[in-house]
Design a protein around this ligand. Sequence first.
Ligand code: SF4
Ligand code: SF4
Length: 321
Amino acid sequence: MIQDFKKELQSADPQLLWFDRLRTLQVNLGNRCNHSCTHCHIQAGPNGKKIMSKTVMEEIIDFLRGCPGLCVDVTGGCPELNPDFRFFINSIYKLASKIMVRTNLTVFFEPGLDWIPQWYSRYKVVLVCSLPCYTQENVDKQRGQGVFKKSIAALKILNGLGYGVDNQLELNLVYNPGGDFLPGPQAQLEADYKRELEEKYGVKFNNLFTITNAPIGRFKRYLKANGKLKQYLRLLMENFNLDTAENIMCRRLISIDYKGVAYNCDFNQALNLPIIDSAGQIVSIERLDDVLSGDIEIITDDHCFCCTAGAGSSCTGSLVK
Ligand code: SF4
Ligand code: SF4
């Protein structure tokens, strides 16, 4: 069984441990959320205090001005709960080739936030929505009582605006396992979701992204509390698939936290493993442009096995067919 992620990639191809080129800037607007899901790797919740300020947003906007045409992947917590969320999207609209927002859907029903779906459609924001299963039982178990019904109601609103109905407004769903197991094949699961959601609720969407649970944050606590951490890491290691390594997201994505600090990915952000430059300094958004012209080493550890297990996993789903 493979146990050393870095050594394995190093021996296959040392380039795999180095950043390739920037395609996606992922921006985490903070850890406030109207849920407190058991698998949440950033431990978001209603009392989240790490909220990106307008000043940091302006630094990101400056960076995008000098580096136009990127995909900007906006996440949280619940990004819509950042007070300057609208300002940020308005400002990057013309600078990014694509804006993706990761929404939990139920936020549309929070007081004063019912304008969000219509507003998304005006900006043609690509939506990536968490729906960890097509059954009420599993969704409510993972996310809380009543979440499934609200999610379906939100998806219907989005369909009514044209989301997921054709390719004009893209609506993607995210599946993550409800426990310590790997996702099933993405294409098969997507077909199941499409059939079940359309037949039972008349809901349509474009793509399903399967994402493997990372053994960090709240999910790691759950594994530890149930004596399953070693077993889960073993499962990830035993299913290591070298074919996924070329496409691990950290080779073409950089993740920015609420303070503007840069990371190889959202998981490294949650683990406080920032990108370090050749002088040993932590890299943040105002220096990212300079650092991009040099070599950026990817900081890896055991959690990285969640990206390479089975068909692989990334913020946009599996990595190989
Ligand atoms: S998993 Fe998503 S919806 Fe759940 S607490 Fe975390 S950020 Fe919120
Ligand atoms: S966890 Fe992050 S750094 Fe590790 S392989 Fe996955 S994307 Fe790359």
